[in-house]
Each structure stands twice: as C-alpha cells, then as structure tokens.
Design a protein around this ligand. Structure first.
Ligand code: ZN
Length: 462
C-alpha cells in the first residue's frame, strides 16, 4: 500500500460514508476474536455487513489462506495478528494483508494439519454478522482418551519418568486401569443406548496388556463412577451478563472446576469418582456435543451448571431443572429452557454440526426412568443448595432442555442464582460462595447415590 496507516485512519470516516450508500465492500469490522481449545480453535470476525470468504488449505507447511471480500485492512484486523496465544493448539500465527481493493487476505499458519470449517452466522443477540473459521483436529478428540490423558498428566506432575514414555516401567494405577477397562467396554459416542449394557468396541482404545489377561475378578460395582459436569455457555456465547458485567460462562466454569476437585477426591462405597468436564476452557461446545461427550465417557450423572437472568432485577434464588417429555412445568421453566436452548445460535454452530439434526432426533428417546431419576437427583441437589441459599422454587422444575436429553443418564440443570440480580451477582463472584455451591452439589449427588447405588456395568459376554 502506498498510503500510510495514519492516512488510512484519517480517510476512514470518508470511506465509510461512501460505503454506506452503494459500495458493497464497505463493511466495518466490529471485532475479532480467537478462542483456542484442544477440541478446536475458532477465529471470529464480526462486522456490520455480510462478509464473503474464499478459502484454500495448503498442506505444506499447513496453513489456511482466506480471501475476505468486502473489507479493507483495518486496525481491528491487524489486532488479529497479536491475539494468537503461543499455547494455541492449532494456530502458530496469523498474517493479514490487502490482497486487492476490497479484498483482505488472511493467512492462518498452523501448528498441525487441521480440518477447517468456514461459515457465516446471521446477527443474533448482541452480535452482528459473524464470519467464523473453526479449526478441528484431523482426528477428533475422544472424550474418554482425554479423561485418561488428564489422569496421566496428573501422574506425570507427581512423578518422573513420564507415564507416556513407553520404555518407562508401568506404575500400578488402579484408577487408570479402571478407566482403561471401562473404555474397552464403552459404546460409540453417537450411539445412545437405553440401558447400561454396552457392547465391546474394538477400535476404542489400545489393548492394555497389563490388565487384560490377568485381571482379577472385580465385584459388580467395583468401577469408576464418572460424573459429567457441564459448565454452561463458553467462547462466543457469554451466557447471561450481570449488571456489574459478570459473565455467566465464567461463573459456570469456576463452579464446575471447584466441583471437579471435590468429586475427584470422593469415593462411593470405596469406588473412586471422577469428574469429566464437557468444556474445561473458554470455548463453545454445541449442546448436543455436550450430551454426546457424557455418553462417550458413560457418565453416571450429568450436571449442567448455569446462572439465570430475568428481565426484572428482583428475580432471585437457585433452581434445579430436569427434562420434561410433555410441556414445561411452569411458564418460567419454559422460558429458561428456550433461553438455554438458544445457546447454539449465539455460540455459533457450524454447517457440519447442523447435520446433527438426526442425532437430536435420536436424543428425543428420553425415557420416563431417566426423568424420574433426574427428578430425584435434582431434589437432593436442590435440598442441599436450599440449606444456605434462597431457592427460586421449592421443587425441581421440568422443561425441554436440549442438554438434558441423554436417554440413559440422570441429568439435571442447576441455575445457581440470578446473575441479573445485583445482590446474587455479587454472591456468584465470591469464591467462598462458589465453594459453598460446589460443596452442596457434591452433597446432593452423594445423597442421591446413597439411595440409588451406581449400577454395575454389565460385563461383556464373549
Ligand atoms: Zn445458562
């Protein structure tokens, strides 16, 4: 470019005025965001007009080149270059340049080969038009393997040599062995089963020579109890925002992390417990993917954590929800379900993920048994939360929450408090209050298990 950036900025307003009338390429960039995560890294460009993009993937070295029509190089776009974090699993750097008048070329340099998905999202909630680049690993992350990897990282932290080193002597790890055993008997993530009986899966995990043959016969319930924790929202979807600016997605993650610590340190009748988080960072996970992940790890329970918002600031108190097969139990419950179910539209769901319609239909096979178990779990949790917090409703409410639809896993959604209520927003920000919430949820699920001991997973007959 022959003119300096300073000149560009000076002429900026003039260009925009012209653009407002009949020049198609005059879209203004409103924001650029990068959401790095192991599951996938997302880059979002938000603008006041629809942006058209043409992308090509170059394999060596791996990079994604994208020509975006309808924009000029702007300071916001240049910000993108600096917004890539060094620990981003996929992106090593981003370069931007004016390729032609009205065409900006973006080159995303990658650390590994990736499956890119590029798509537009229409204006919704606080957002205007969004152009999204999602970079997925070429081999999808298996939640079960992620759970094992997490355990291995903990072991590696505690001792050297690393357990990932194949030449290292293999330490005896009952928890790791239990996970491996369960993984050998687990179902595919996309196949909801209506019972706890599961089929063997040859491709699920590498065989574990250490325990496959000389494995002692374990008692029927001698197994790992897995609790799926689902911190609501994340990434592009902040969830509700409190009057002081607190974002629901941050609170839900904090409470879930605290609960994870407590669960991982607990046992049920001698059986170790393990929490599995549907997201452990600030990125968006589509609702049905949260359910699939829980099914893949064969979670015994699914607990989704949220914080309400309502139009009036006086609304207050915690609530617990279960799924409903018929309508919602109240107008408020229906409103909450609609609001939480809109997360996919705000968070941004890719074209490929949309063919999850079939999956969603499958998920509608929720059983009465699942709902009854969920109601019981919910009432235990609600009772415990009620021991220190105000409750919005004294009973577990029901509505069609998409995230509660695993047919075989008792599932509840906890609205911890109203983030829209200034007083409750302050409580939610308070570490000690978050601790109390995590403590009470743990007590609730332990009380549920005391009455409903975890079922033995039926052993595979061969
Ligand atoms: Zn929410």
């Amino acid at each position: 470019m022959s003119i300096s950036r300073r000149d560009t900025l000076q002429f900026g307003s003039l260009i925009l005025l012209l653009a407002g009338t009949d020049i198609a390429w005059g879209a203004t960039i409103l924001g650029v965001r990068v959401w790095p995560a192991q599951d996938y890294t997302r880059v979002t460009i938000e603008s006041d007009g629809l942006l058209k993009a043409k992308q090509s993937f170059i394999t060596s070295p791996p990079r994604l080149a994208i020509d975006i029509e309808g924009i000029e190089l702007s300071p916001q776009l240049k910000e993108l270059v600096g917004s890539v974090k060094s620990d981003d699993p996929f992106i090593s750097g981003i370069r931007v340049g004016q390729n032609a008048p009205g065409v900006v070329r973006l080159v995303i340099d990658l650390k590994q080969s990736a499956l890119p998905q590029v798509f537009n999202l229409p204006p919704i909630a606080a957002y205007q038009h969004r152009l999204v680049f999602d970079l997925y690993p070429t081999q999808a992350i298996d939640p079960l393997q992620a759970l094992i990897a997490e355990k291995e990282r903990e072991k590696a932290k505690a001792a050297t040599p690393s357990p990932r080193d194949p030449t290292a002597p293999r330490a005896v790890d009952p928890l790791g062995d239990l996970i491996a055993q369960q993984s050998n008997r687990s179902t595919a993530p996309t196949t909801p089963s209506t019972t706890k009986t599961v089929a063997p899966r040859a491709d699920s995990m590498p065989a574990n020579p250490d325990n496959s043959s000389k494995n002692p016969v374990r008692s029927s319930t001698d197994r790992l109890i897995i609790i799926a924790l689902d911190p609501g929202h994340g990434g592009e979807d902040p969830g509700a925002i409190g009057p002081a600016g607190t974002r629901e997605k941050d609170i839900t993650l904090k409470v879930a992390l605290k609960l994870r610590e407590r669960i991982n340190a607990s046992t049920i009748k001698g059986n170790p417990m393990r929490a599995f988080l549907t997201r452990d960072g600030d990125f968006f996970v589509p609702l049905h993917v949260r359910v699939q992940k829980a099914q893949r790890v064969q979670a015994d329970l699914f607990i989704s954590i949220h914080a309400d918002a309502f139009t009036v600031p006086t609304a207050r108190g915690a609530s617990v929800f279960a799924l409903s097969q018929r309508g919602a139990s109240s107008a408020t419950a229906r409103y909450m379900a609609q609001k939480e179910n809109s997360a996919d539209a705000v968070g941004g769901i890719s074209v490929q993920t949309k063919d999850a319609q079939v999956q969603r239909a499958l998920l509608d096979m929720s059983t009465t048994a699942q709902i009854n178990d969920s109601l019981e779990l919910g009432s235990k949790v609600l009772g415990e939360i009620g021991s220190f917090a105000k409750l919005h409703k004294p009973r577990v409410e029901q509505a069609g929450f998409a995230v509660l639809k695993a047919p075989d896993i008792p599932s509840v959604l906890i609205e911890t408090a109203f983030i829209s209520n200034p007083e409750e927003e302050q409580k939610l920000r308070d570490e000690a209050y978050q601790d109390q919430l995590a403590d009470s949820i743990l007590r609730g699920l332990l009380r549920y298990f005391a009455k409903n001991p975890p079922l033995a997973r039926t052993r595979t007959r061969s």
